[in-house]
Design a protein around this ligand. Sequence first.
Ligand code: ADP
Ligand code: MG
Length: 253
Amino acid sequence: MTDAVTSTPGTPPIIRMEGVNKWYDSFQVLTDIDLSVRAGERIVICGPSGSGKSTLIRCINRLEAVQKGRIEVDGIDLTAGGKNVDAVRAEVGMVFQQFNLFPHLTILENCTLAPMRSRGMGRAEAEEVAMKYLTRVRIPEQAHKHPSQLSGGQQQRVAIARALCMAPKVMLFDEPTSALDPEMVKEVLDTMIALAEDGMTMLCVTHEMGFARSVADRVIFMADGKILEQAPPAEFFGNPQHEKTRQFLGQIL
Ligand code: ADP
Ligand code: MG
């Protein structure tokens, strides 16, 4: 296995998971997860449905708690709970398959809510920041509409802008294009590529292998709650080590 962190001396990891194990009742969903991510790294996580990909990334902002092991984000120990959870959530943005925008709020209000509530930002500044990111995802003209008036691709770009308004250090994506009509996938991937080019640290659960090839520094393959292998994309796609990886790639490529 390649460890991109230890091979980059002097760069402390921004995410460090050590010996992480998690159960849902008696069902073990994550087994002995060790994962370090350095600032600016782009990670793609893939694997069969039910392998624990969503659970793994949801542990990084404590949407899920773990029973064993240690998770640190930017030096903050998440497994200690309490205030640390709020501190980490402020640093980690998340984009979901189903967008999760607030339907009763306008696009602009969706983007200003968290900065005003949890960062104590004034409305004028929050709106300025929101317009900056809505412009960056190329939909400033939609600011005063409601989510239901936008296409799926536009809603997902709003979800990305909304996360960016909190100035996160890490962005987590959980199958951000899986719920989109095919013609809208590219506009969302293009937004993610632009974010990667800006140097954002990104963990993306996705089966968009074109994106993985062109953007990822490292591709991680999960099966049955374990990280089975990880490698830079050329190596991962060119020479997969595990039979399960080969089977998976055979099905999706
Ligand atoms: P993936 O994202 O790779 O499809 P998930 O992390 O969503 O996998 O789920 C991994 C396994 O954990 C699946 O078997 C799923 O049914 C189970 N699981 C997920 N969430 C829960 C939950 N809240 N309670 C019980 N089991 C769950
Ligand atoms: Mg999932």
